[in-house]
Write a protein that binds this ligand. Structure first.
Ligand code: HEC
Length: 160
């Protein structure tokens, strides 16, 4: 009983501080990573030169990969919809396979776009974390379309 009363007295005395802490932490968690707010600016800074409006549609890129790669042109990803097609479908997991740092894979090799995430390891890790939060930390999988399950696919957040 004594402990209980003590806790209540403590809470009453510190009510303002407790409410404040609650509101602050709720605010931090409520901040979803979205395409508009976080991913688009990051994409513009780090990906647009090779995946922008001058680049071919994915299907056209696939017809002549070597030619486009020699021109430093990857498939076009300059809209939310286009980028999403490299996350969810039809190019399921492509973004994750290319951006992953390799730390959790068997061969430990990073994807070949990981290097483009930043100029320093610290910046690359920070931007990878942002992409992971956007896709969904429990949805980050390197699986290809024929290996991913419906449950895994439905975990993808990728908010606009
Ligand atoms: C210097 C140019 C360059 C930059 C910058 C660049 N890429 Fe690429 N990217 C390429 C080229 C060229 C290819 C195609 C060749 C290959 O598959 O490696 C490619 C391929 C890809 C693919 C695979 C597409 C497919 O066909 O499945 C993804 C996904 C990708 N890039 C994502 C990104 C992201 C995200 C960024 C920014 C963090 C980025 N790239 C930055 C040049 C670039």
């Amino acid at each position: 009983m004594h402990v209980h009363e003590g806790v209540i007295r403590f809470m009453i005395r510190h009510a303002t501080a407790l409410v404040l802490i609650f509101l602050l932490s709720a605010g931090a968690y409520a901040q979803d990573v979205t395409y508009r707010k976080h991913i688009r600016p990051l994409w513009e800074a780090r990906c647009s030169t090779c995946h922008g409006a001058a680049s071919p549609e994915g299907a056209v890129f696939d017809e002549n990969k070597e030619k486009f790669a020699a021109l430093s042109q990857g498939p076009r990803m300059d809209s939310y919809t286009a980028l999403l097609s490299f996350v969810a479908w039809p190019d399921t997991g492509a973004l994750m396979r290319r951006l992953d740092d390799g730390k959790s894979t068997a061969d430990k090799k990073p994807g070949n776009m990981y290097v483009n995430l930043g100029n320093s390891e610290e910046e690359r890790q920070r931007n990878l974390a942002l992409f992971k939060q956007w896709v969904g930390t429990d949805a980050w999988t390197l699986k290809k379309p024929d290996a991913i399950t419906k449950e895994e696919l439905l975990r993808i957040k990728a908010k606009y």
